[in-house]
Design a protein. Sequence first.
Length: 141
Amino acid sequence: MRLSLGYPAQAAERALLLGDARRDLLPRMESILDHAELARLQAQVPKVRASDALVDYVLRLVEATRSQPQFAWGLSPRASLALLAAARAWALLAERDYVIPEDVQAVLPSVVGHRLRERADPAGHGGGSLVQWLLREVPAL
């Protein structure tokens, strides 16, 4: 999974340049979960239900990357497992015990964007446009 945090605000970057040590800021940060709560949530993720139709949607997304000519190579079974696990976690964070297509769509860019390459651009600049193609062209259910 790849996430982008973006760039810091100019004032924050200025503080970094002037020597405000990041490590000095850590003691002031408050955690939002303790280790036990994080472990509890992680244990709940596999219990979030994914219907057969939802699993078929994930399979259609993955198959499209393997069969459509614009993809340099298809997503692996490991990528499909990661996509479903991330969708389950997204659903859990939304306080649901089941996955909906919108959960898959929400995590798709972060889970597979960096794994996709356009055949015309094997250097790897096309992941985002390929994700958008998948979201637009592969029917959810």
